[in-house]
Design a protein around this ligand. Structure first.
Ligand SMILES: Cc1ncc(COP(=O)(O)O)c(C=O)c1O
Ligand SMILES: N[C@@H](CCCC[NH3+])C(=O)O
Length: 421
């Protein structure tokens, strides 16, 4: 069941036409389907259950879409949160996700962030290096608590849609080697300020092939068995996120069911609780970015630029990763024209696509960037002093603005001009 479909008033999200939202809220605007978010989460969870994975912690990767309303929708279904900053931990908590379902990851957690995470009692801090382990031990000792830590291992497996989002090779900044993990785990188990609870990995994002995941997870299984054989206590194996989604041009990714079956096979009989950190697979196809055509600029040599009111600051994935997003007119049209779709920002990189065949469009027409619910609004900025793009959540035939477009007054008020300037 798809919750973005053409109806009598053009492309709709559940029961609300996107043109109606654009008229009420203005463009550009992100629109999310609550039903799709819920379906993606339950499909992922049910697939694991069916594959025999008992009571997994599904810690949604907050970075993919960190709006508190989105987090609340997922948290209410039982999702935990995978976080990478104090800000994200705070978002998860404010959405009502309890600390015992929050995982804190990231290669450069600052002292004050570790303090905060320990004070609120997060379920697991994923340790990415020896100096970080030492810092966590120091902060925990100061606070008089035991830090629950899991070691993020870099399994040296290549995977992921783009070099900038692959994380599992030894040359990447993430995690420790298997040998280091075993040594640090044993050390940590002798430190009163630390409680090692498990091991973790995350090899990349937009992965469309199960083979590298299977390879990495099998290596992780070997590590858990080694640690158990050494008499260490291991409660958890965190297998990260990374499962890809269809973007309509890429290879079709494996389904959550195929992923879960593979996980069930690789981890069968392992006496640990599994954790997952899915982001994109939950949020990407639950959201679109709606934008209005400002001009069609036709160059004498024939190139046609569709100049729209969304820009690279609102959706950076095409500029940053050459990512493909399907762009659909809200009202279906016959015919075909070939466009370069560009935004108003003063960079040539502010190009969403080149030479894209699309139905013919004119100024004032509305288009939707599909599959924009993950790493869209969450990566938006105010570059060129463009107000941060607003977000809307649809639920059946109602909708609400879940992040308002800031006023120019509010934006300018953040800049402080000292009286000596
Ligand atoms: C540690 C960690 N966990 C989870 C994720 C979520 O990844 P994805 O959105 O590909 O599922 C990421 C981002 O790739 C990550 O770095
Ligand atoms: N921001 C990336 C994904 C990053 C994954 C973070 N670990 C994207 O849009 O594809």
């Amino acid at each position: 069941m798809n919750h973005f479909e053409y109806g009598p008033e053009g492309l709709a999200c559940e029961g609300v036409s996107l043109a109606h939202i654009a008229a009420e809220v203005g463009t550009p605007v992100y629109v999310y389907s609550r039903a799709t978010l819920e379906r993606h989460f339950t499909v992922f969870r049910d697939a694991l259950e069916l594959a025999g994975v008992a009571a997994p912690l599904i810690a949604y990767a907050v970075k993919a879409n960190s709006n508190v309303a989105v987090l609340k929708v997922l948290g209410d279904l039982g999702a935990g949160a995978d976080t990478v900053s104090e800000g994200e931990v705070r978002r998860a908590l404010s959405a009502g996700i309890p600390a015992d379902r929050i995982v804190f990851s990231g290669v450069g957690k600052a002292r004050r962030e570790i303090q905060f995470a320990l004070q609120v009692g997060v379920a697991e801090i994923n340790v990415e290096s020896e100096p970080e382990l030492n810092l966590i031990a120091e902060v925990a000792a100061e606070l008089g608590v035991r830090a629950k830590v899991a070691f993020r291992v870099n399994p040296d497996v290549a995977a992921g849609g783009h070099a900038k989002i692959a994380t599992g090779k030894a040359e990447n900044k993430f995690g420790v080697s298997f040998a280091e993990a075993a040594r640090l785990y044993a050390n940590a188990s002798n430190n009163a300020a630390l409680e090692p609870i498990g091991v973790a990995c995350h090899i990349g994002s937009q992965i469309t092939d199960l083979a590298p995941m299977r390879a990495a997870f099998s290596k992780m299984r070997g590590l858990v068995e080694q640690l158990l054989a050494e008499g260490l206590s291991v409660e958890r194996l965190d297998l990260g996120g990374g499962l890809g989604v269809p973007y309509f041009n890429h290879p079709e990714p494996p389904s959550p069911a195929d992923f879960a079956t593979m996980v069930g096979e690789v981890t069968a009989g392992l006496p640990v609780r599994l954790a997952f950190e899915p982001g994109r697979v939950i949020a990407a196809n639950a959201g679109v970015l709606v934008s209005e055509v400002i001009h069609v600029h036709e160059r004498p040599e024939g190139r046609k630029f569709l100049v729209i009111d969304a820009a690279m600051n609102d959706l950076v994935r095409p500029a940053m990763y050459d990512a493909f997003h399907d762009i659909r007119p809200l009202v279906k049209r016959d015919g075909e024209a070939v466009y370069d779709v560009v935004g108003p920002v003063c960079e040539t990189g502010d190009t969403f696509t080149r030479d894209r065949p699309m139905p013919p469009l004119a100024a004032g027409d509305l288009v939707a960037f599909m599959s924009a619910g993950a790493y869209g609004a969450a990566m938006a900025s105010e570059y060129n002093t463009r107000p941060l793009v607003p977000e809307v959540l649809v639920d059946g035939d109602r909708f609400a603005v879940i992040r308002a477009r800031p006023t120019y007054d509010a934006m300018l008020a953040r800049d402080l001009v000292p009286d000596w300037v």
